[in-house]
Design a protein around this ligand. Structure first.
Ligand code: HBI
Ligand code: FE
Length: 294
């Protein structure tokens, strides 16, 4: 594996060819697993103000759109008016589910990413977007990762799923199936929907941390919504392509997190073999017999 400083474009989120934003050398403080210290003192007043304004705006949107597990855990992030100190947040997170967040300079290659998840370490980019990027940023920053991902890691079943996903990812990497498995991450951890008694709710971080996508994903009649109940649905999910810079054209719906955990119990090798002969499905395309109204 390249040393972090050698990293130019970790192939993540599809074949993005732009160099990632982060500084992957930081004067040698980036470890071989791509983790680095959260240089909390380096945040400016503008950085903390950006976090505070993003948090306020997003937290005001959640009711009726974010899932119960997320709304319950959000206060556990701690401070809202500045970027939290990771080690302070980790005291609560580790007590809750044995997870911890680790600072990284930005997107990292899939194998170190999967390996961190397999060890219940969630990589959190430690820089924050510039004020002029307030409404949209294509690469995950500390707000996307902290606000979008971390509250869900306080849910024990979801936390177990993410670790199992990481273990599966290490194997998928060996089999050259990382990109297929990345789609499962995309359509669950990043853009997943869950059915609650009162209706659909978001649990995916890409939805929960986006000001516009919350309404689009949960309320708009435009996107397709497909079931992610059965093993066959896993195949459909891993055949489905996605775009990284627009609202999603399709979402996948689960009934509960235990189902997600159970779906990823079996060995995926047969699925990867099937995926070699099943063509990809472009985002927004329905197969015969699919209603798109899960
Ligand atoms: N790196 N820091 C970071 N955060 C991610 O969410 C991330 C990543 N690298 C790869 C990746 N996500 C996805 O492509 C995974 O599905 C592999
Ligand atoms: Fe993310």
């Amino acid at each position: 594996m390249d040393s972090p400083a050698a990293v130019v474009t970790p192939a993540v989120y599809g074949a993005s060819d732009r160099p990632p934003r982060g500084d992957y050398s930081r004067g040698g403080s980036v470890q071989a697993d791509y983790t680095c210290p959260q240089d909390w003192a380096s945040y400016t007043a503008a950085d903390h103000d950006t976090y505070k304004r993003l948090y306020e705006r997003q937290a005001a949107q959640l009711s009726g759109l974010a899932c119960d597990a997320f709304i319950r855990a959000l206060p556990l992030l701690g401070v809202k008016d500045r970027i939290p100190r990771f080690e302070e947040l980790n005291e609560r997170l580790h007590r809750a589910t044995g997870w911890e967040i680790v600072a990284v300079p930005g997107l990292i290659p899939e194998l170190p990413f999967f390996t961190l998840l397999a060890n219940r370490k969630f990589p959190v980019t430690d820089w924050i977007r510039k004020p002029e990027e307030f409404d949209y940023i294509v690469e995950p920053d500390v707000f996307h990762d902290l606000f979008g991902h971390v509250p869900m890691l306080f849910d024990p079943t979801f936390a177990d799923y993410v670790q199992r996903y990481g273990q599966g990812g290490m194997k998928a990497h060996e089999l050259g199936a990382g990109e297929k498995l990345a789609r499962l991450y995309w359509y669950t951890v990043e853009f997943g929907l869950i059915r609650q008694p009162e209706g659909l709710r978001a649990y995916g971080a890409g939805i929960l941390s986006s000001v516009g996508e919350l309404q689009h994903a949960v309320r708009s009649p435009e996107p397709h919504r497909l079931p992610l109940d059965l093993p066959l649905d896993l195949l459909r999910t891993m055949r489905t392509q996605y775009k990284i810079d627009t609202y999603q054209a399709n979402y996948f719906v689960i009934e509960n997190f235990a189902q997600l955990f159970d779906l990823t119990a079996p060995d995926f090798t047969p699925l990867y073999r099937a995926l070699e002969v099943e063509p990809d499905i472009p985002a927004g395309v329905l197969l015969p017999g699919e209603s798109g109204n899960a």
